[in-house]
Design a protein. Structure first.
Length: 227
């Protein structure tokens, strides 16, 4: 290869390398430019992300309990809850119990959480939990039934009942005696209380995320269809 051609090739490689090095920064700038003016780029909400040093002694103690040595929470419930340490402690304890220790299996937890997020049109919650429906063992048809607001036909009986119960509760603001009896036979009395609590937990937290206008992180696709 001649000296001139070699120099041109080196300059080309250097130019491509320079473009690749600034590409992530350009992507971030493009996303930030598209955000509303009251949204903080780190938290993607109307509230700046808090670090441990921003908190008082009580807040630091709660931070150590709910975050520990993990990375600083920025988006979602983990970030906003630190604005109220007492709430952060309660939220964390409740959510950890419902996810990991409830009599409701994790498979059905994800169905109930996703359904609740759909009903209140909470994109951040919905997009986080819909993929977990299949990951924890439910058929893809369950996720599709929730996403596209279909009738729960041909689904496993447990998922069918959760969808029927959640829709009646959140749309009609009541539960028929017959449906309640079905739920108790399926999940037990404690199970029904905890199943509805899962839905209520995600409605409650989802309302907070909606109030602070939580936007999607760039690496999380928005799965909740517009209505």
């Amino acid at each position: 290869m001649g000296g001139g051609r070699m120099i041109k090739k080196l300059f080309s490689l250097l130019y491509v390398g320079m473009l690749l090095s600034v590409w992530p920064s350009a992507q971030a700038q493009s996303q930030n430019a598209a955000l509303p003016s009251d949204i903080y780029p780190e938290s993607l909400t109307r509230l700046p992300a808090l670090s441990r040093d921003d908190l008082d002694a009580e807040g630091k103690a709660v931070y150590d309990r709910v975050v520990g040595d993990g990375p600083k929470p920025t988006t979602g419930p983990g970030g906003v809850q630190l604005y109220s340490p007492k709430i952060a402690q309660v939220w964390n304890d409740l959510n950890q119990y419902l996810r990991n220790d409830s009599v409701i299996e994790r498979r059905y937890f994800e169905v109930a959480a996703t359904l609740a997020a759909w009903e209140i049109e909470q994109q951040y919650e919905y997009s986080a939990h819909e993929p977990a429906i299949v990951r924890f063992g439910s058929p893809q048809a369950v996720a599709d039934t929730i996403r596209y607001d279909r009738e729960p036909v041909g689904l496993p009986p447990e998922e069918t009942l959760i969808i029927r119960l959640g829709r009646q509760l959140m749309r009609e603001h009541k539960v028929d005696s017959e449906l309640f009896e079905e739920a108790v036979k399926m999940f037990g009395r404690q199970g029904v209380v905890e199943l509805v609590t899962i839905m209520g937990d995600y409605v409650m937290v989802g309302m907070v995320l909606t109030a602070i206008d939580q936007h999607q992180p760039p690496d999380r696709p928005a799965l909740l269809p517009e209505r």
